[in-house]
Design a binder for this molecule. Structure first.
Ligand code: ADP
Ligand code: MG
Length: 242
C-alpha cells in the first residue's frame, strides 16, 4: 500500500513536471510560429525578429538539455571519488567566466581526503549549478568561497557568495521546477541539484540573507561509512555499554 502511494506521488510529480515542461516550451514555440506566419503572409521579417527567434530557440534548447540530465540512467556510474578533485574541476571550468565578472574563488579544503560514493558527472553538475547561481548573484563581482568539512560519517560542502541574497518568502519555493527570478533563467538548476543529492542519500540546504549573500550546504555520506571496520567498532562500543 505504502509502495503504491509512493509510486502515485512519484507519478504526480512526473506529471507536474511534464505539464511544466510543455508550458515552458509552448511559449517560445508560439512566438516562433507567430514570426514565421508573419513572414509567410507579409515577408516583413527584419534582423531583430530573427534575433528574437534565435533566442527563443536557445531557450527551448536550454530547457531540453537540462531535462536530459535527469533522464540519462545509462550514464550513471557510481565510484569513490574525492570531492576536492570534483570541486577543483568545477573551479577550472568556471574560472574564466567568473573572472569576467570580477569574481574570485577561495577554497578551504581539509588536508584529509573527502571521499564519497558518487556519480562524478552528476555531482559536477550540482556544483556547476550552484556556482553559476553564485556568479549570477554577484554582477559587480565578489568572492565565492568553498569549504569542505569532514566528520566520521559525512562530508559537508559549503558554497557561499556575497551576492544579493534571497528574500525569506522566496526560500521555500527554491527547487520548485521553473521557479526563477531571472530573465533568461530556467528555474531548473536547483530542482535537478536537489534530486541528484537525494539520489546520493545526501541533503541540500540553502541559507540566505538579503544584501549579505547565500550559502548552499550539501551533506553527503562519506565513502566507506558502512565498511566492516566501522561495524566492528560499533559492536565493540555496544559491548562496552553492557
Ligand atoms: P535559475 O538559475 O535558472 O533561475 P535555479 O533553480 O538555479 O534556476 O535557481 C532558482 C532561483 O533561486 C533563482 O532564479 C534565484 O532567484 C534563486 N537563487 C538561487 N541561488 C541563488 C544565489 N546564490 N543567490 C541569490 N539567489 C539565488
Ligand atoms: Mg541556476
Amino acid at each position: 500500500m505504502e509502495e503504491l502511494l509512493r509510486r502515485s506521488e512519484k507519478l504526480t510529480t512526473v506529471g507536474q513536471l511534464a505539464a511544466g515542461v510543455a508550458h515552458e516550451i509552448r511559449n517560445p514555440l508560439t512566438t516562433l510560429k507567430g514570426f514565421l506566419q508573419l513572414q509567410q503572409e507579409k515577408q516583413i521579417l527584419v534582423p531583430l525578429h530573427i534575433e528574437l527567434m534565435l533566442s527563443e530557440l536557445e531557450r527551448i534548447n536550454l530547457i531540453v538539455s537540462e531535462f536530459l540530465i535527469l533522464a540519462k540512467p545509462q550514464a550513471v556510474h557510481f565510484q569513490e571519488k574525492d570531492v576536492r578533485d570534483i570541486l577543483g574541476d568545477v573551479v577550472s571550468l568556471l574560472d574564466s567566466q567568473a573572472h569576467l565578472f570580477g569574481i574570485q574563488f577561495s577554497a578551504t579544503f581539509s588536508e584529509y581526503p573527502s571521499t564519497v560514493h558518487c556519480e562524478v558527472n552528476q555531482l559536477k553538475q550540482v556544483f556547476i549549478n550552484i556556482v553559476k547561481n553564485a556568479i549570477e548573484a554577484m554582477p559587480d563581482g565578489g568572492v565565492i568561497s568553498m569549504e569542505l568539512r569532514n566528520t566520521l560519517d559525512s562530508v559537508f560542502i559549503l558554497i557561499s557568495d556575497q551576492g544579493e541574497g534571497i528574500p525569506k518568502d522566496m526560500l521555500p519555493k527554491l527547487g520548485e521546477p521553473f521557479f526563477t527570478n531571472k530573465e533568461s533563467g530556467t528555474g531548473l538548476g536547483l530542482m535537478i541539484s536537489q534530486r541528484i543529492i537525494q539520489a546520493h542519500k545526501g541533503h541540500l540546504e540553502i541559507q540566505s540573507e538579503v544584501g549579505q549573500g547565500t550559502t548552499v550546504m550539501i551533506k553527503l555520506p562519506a565513502a566507506g561509512t558502512d565498511t566492516p571496520w566501522l561495524n566492528i567498532k560499533d559492536e565493540r562500543s555496544e559491548g562496552q555499554r553492557e
